[in-house]
Each structure stands twice: as C-alpha cells, then as structure tokens.
Write a protein that binds this ligand. Structure first.
Ligand code: GNR
Ligand code: NI
Length: 169
C-alpha cells in the first residue's frame, strides 16, 4: 500500500469524466489499497480516483472518528435524495480552502463493492455530504464550482499565494 500523488486545482485533469469499472482484478484491489493509504495519510475522510489521476468510477471513504470504517463505492448512483444540509467543505485537491456547500441531507445509493457485488444503502449527515462530494469528482466537478465567481476568484488567488509562499519557503 503506497500513497499516490493528489492532483490539485486548477489542474485540468480534475475535470476528466470517470468511466465505469468493468474489471475487478488484482490491479483494481491494489488501486483501492493505494487510495486508502493516500486518504489516511493526507488525512482525509474520502478520496475519488479522479484525484489520483485514475479516471474510473471509484471512491473510498471513512468518516468514522476511529478511522476504522473503510468503504469502497464503485460505479455509484444516487437513486433518491431528500432534504438539504449545509456543511463547511474542504478538499484535498483544493488545500487550505473551506466553504459552505448545500447538499441533500439523505441519499439512497446504489453501488458495487471492491469485488463487484451490489451494495445499496442509505446515508445521511456527513456520510451523505462526503459521498456527494466524491461523486462530483467523478464527473469532474469540485466544491469550489458551487461558489460565486467572485468567491472562486478569491480561492484561486489564495491558492496562488499559498503556492508562492510554499515555493519561497
Ligand atoms: O477530507 C475531506 N474532508 C471533507 C470535509 C467536508 C466535506 C467533504 C470532505 S471530502 C475531503 C477529502 C476530499 O477531497 N475528497 O474528495
Ligand atoms: Ni475532494
């Protein structure tokens, strides 16, 4: 299990639309393990394959306090959603930036597990936020896309400044 490099906004590869997973071989299992290593090391509560430049419909999550509840969602679909909630989101691909985003509060998800078995369930609260955030990555969408153009411009400038300071550091 080795951590992978994470693409950062505004890298255009983050805009790639992911393709469905059709083969559940050893290479896929290794990718899933590497994605967990990447997510836990970061640390983050979720990671989409798009963020490690693999454009497959695959995401990993662990929203537990103890970091002992790993989940793998492959070819996920939200088949029902209800209510709304606002959560201050962050993203490993947009480091140091946090902003409120409105999302559905309860979702019903249809997906496959790492072995290709059907896995359908309901989620709410933070888990629902995280699944919606990760599924956005799979269609090339980032949480900053929900901000006003003015706020997004401020985010872009803040990231530029962070990077200048890191380079000069
Ligand atoms: O680690 C993460 N935290 C987080 C907090 C609020 C809403 C969404 C997230 S997901 C993020 C990891 C990440 O970038 N996943 O794509
Ligand atoms: Ni993200």
């Amino acid at each position: 299990m080795s951590p992978l490099p994470i693409l950062e906004y505004p890298d255009p590869r983050l805009r790639t639309k992911a393709q469905p997973v059709t083969v559940f071989d050893a290479a896929l299992q290794a990718l899933v393990d590497d994605m967990f290593a990447t997510m836990y090391e970061a640390p983050g509560i979720g990671l989409a394959a798009s963020q490690v430049n693999v454009h497959k419909q695959l995401l990993v999550l662990d929203v537990s306090e103890e970091k002992n509840a790993p989940m793998v969602l492959i070819n996920p679909k939200i088949i029902a959603s209800e209510g709304s909630q606002t959560y201050q989101e962050g993203c490993l691909s947009v480091p140091g930036i946090f902003a409120d985003v409105d999302r559905a509060d309860r979702i019903t998800v249809e997906s496959l597990d790492r072995h290709g078995n059907a896995q359908n369930f309901e989620a709410e609260g933070l888990l629902a936020v995280c699944i919606q955030h990760e599924m956005d990555h799979l269609i090339g969408k980032l949480f900053v896309d929900y901000l006003s153009p003015l706020k997004r411009e401020l985010v872009r400038k803040k990231l530029e400044k962070q990077r200048r300071n890191a380079a000069a550091g």
